[in-house]
Design a protein around this ligand. Sequence first.
Ligand code: NBG
Length: 791
Amino acid sequence: MTTTASLRESVLQHLRYSFGKDPEHAILEDWRMALSYAVRDRITDAWIDATHKTYEAGAKRVYYLSMEFLIGRLIEDGIVNLELVDEAKAVLQEFGKDYAAVLADEPDAALGNGGLGRLAACFLESLSTLGCPAHGYGIRYEHGLFRQSFVDGRQVEQPELWLEQRHAWEFERPEVRYRIGFGGHVDTRGETVRWHPSEVVDAEAYDTPIVGWKGRWANTLRLWSGRAIHPFDLDRFNHGDFAGAAQPEALARTISRVLYPDDTTVEGKELRLKQEYFLTAAALRDILRRFDNQFGDLRKLPSKVAIQLNDTHPAIAGPELVRVLHDERGLSFEESMEIAKGCLSYTNHTLLPEALETWDEALFGRLLPRHIQLIDQIDSTHAKQNPSRLNSMRADHQVKMGPLSFVMAHHVNGVSALHTELMKTTVFEELHNLHPERIVNETNGVTPRRWLLSCNPRLAGLITETIGEDWVDDLEQLQKLEPSIEDAAWLDRYTQVKRDNKAELSNWMGQTYGLHVDPEMLFDVQIKRLHEYKRQHLNILETIAHWAEIRDNPNADWTPRLKLFGGKAAPGYFFAKDIIRLINDAATVINSDPVTAPFLKIAFLPNYNVSLAERMIPAADLSEQISTAGKEASGTGNMKFALNGAPTVGTLDGANVEIREHVGAENFFLFGMTAEEVMERRKIEGHARKAIDADPRLKRALDLIREGRFSPGEPERYHGITSNLEGADYFLVCSDFTDYWRAQREVDVAFKDTRAWAHMAALNTARSGWFSSDRTIRGYMGDIWGATSLL
Ligand code: NBG
């Protein structure tokens, strides 16, 4: 039987026996589910095989603990990795179903905020592609990141209901349940210490197989869901208290109800801490159960188990593992600490001080009374071992999760070369000096399967035709494109790919938002979470200044540009929400200006998520990576753009530095201050004012905003923004404006020469191979985990 015929048979089987439909009555969702199940069956075979192989080899397993997995849709991942694209299209076509529509029917699982969560998802896919035995552990949030819409330009948040439609990818594991406790008291009898929690919930497992390239291997993403121990109180029910009877279940579920919509500060303090402990405790219980079944001797734990803490969110893993080994399994405290340290490693993802987790000791002690004792013991042990140490992880009535993670980890890594160096001189300066071998760098990467092969089939096709398909899991092979880039005919094909991608995006924007743009314009894209350090306001200021200049001189030879934005602001981050509204307001005014319309358009696409990124990135001409230097730990969007042939306009920040090194300085539009210059500039009194006085364009843009040009009838609407920029301007928007403007005008000139531009774009593709998450994961396996591939 051909592959198409067998896929067809299994789709029809599922339609009939899993969903009780025949093709005549199946709705779109039935087709999507049946196709997903047919694909899932094939993944499941690889998955079960991989599990057997791991057991047989007695291999070390990697456990990636993360509060976020921004996996997006999975159907295309499965189809592409199993190389079933043509077959799936053929089967659907036979029944008159549109492949793209079926794929788009899957809800986008937004179980993450941004970079950290998407990185975790790319890592899972690379771990499978490389055949490294691994589990991702996270929380099965019923509501992922909120859905964003705009009302009068303002962000409005609605709950995300990804589980409302049927979800094809998870296997419920009701038999895998762990009891997780909170609160209560600690009993000490001589050497024996016991924690007696006052509140308990069950963590129930849901497994999603994550398949790698060509289906050679699949690992597990295990997500925990909160369940009540006694879900239903019959007694209360019988006394007529119907709502109360169901209360235990409702309360238990609260723990896995929402993803906190903020990747820099922590809200809903107590519930968030509960979530962190819930995830971590359940994962450790599961890890130890698996270890006990296979190996038994706890001293071997570090040689069989590598646990990666994705940021400090699961930092409680240190004291929890010590608690289990010491209190429950009877090892000495010192040995427990050593074993825990042998298993744990920690990735830092940000230097923003407000994002480094600390917990009020009263709250912490109330919720985790045994853990706070253990943290004190860990801290004093560390202090004893390092008599010169000045800073404790327990100061100012706080528990500091950064230092705790550092002390309990055998390795600590940053996510780009610059960020790693800055870690050593800022947040972890003292600990780094005490343990100079502990910090290592693992520059982030992105999976080429999703971020090129599936999202950009035209470009992937041209690449494969030119150099064969080995690049898909060996991305550095893209270098082999370089000779072709010197061939004008090839370059024209490369340009045509981009043109087609742009036409597709602009058609889609037209159909979806009634937004009509000329695909010949330069597509200038900034998509990421809204944050002052990412400086979407620098971008809109430059746009406004540019608009004013076009109006002054409408007959000049302007390069037509579409400014595209996407991104969500944390609901409580009012400044960021104002920036969104300003961009939308500016779009309303500028897009309806007949004088400038041929040259400048602005669009902020709502509800930015993984699926939208997959649409936008292949169509981008220019990638905006304009953070204040020193603030963006790495960035991963920057890599996706470069790979898809969009040169960067950017600062020397995060992985931009390495992107520029790889693609070549001449293929990168650099501007702005360096991290060092930023620190110096901040010391200059009135730096913003000086910058404004020196640049009439900047002054004019700020004046237009302040005077209400974009908020007619309410000039004060953006005075929060203008006064911030004219005053403190902590993120140095004004100081970097002039150089940003210069870089943008260089972009204008460069874009006019279509061939030269294509040359630059294509070199970005050819030289981005290093930014594969396969390379990153190999780095973690070798430098940190001591794990090997079983393929
Ligand atoms: C983010 C950084 C990004 C980085 C990703 C992944 C958090 C807390 N940090 O620069 O801001 O690319 O992590 O490492 O989400």
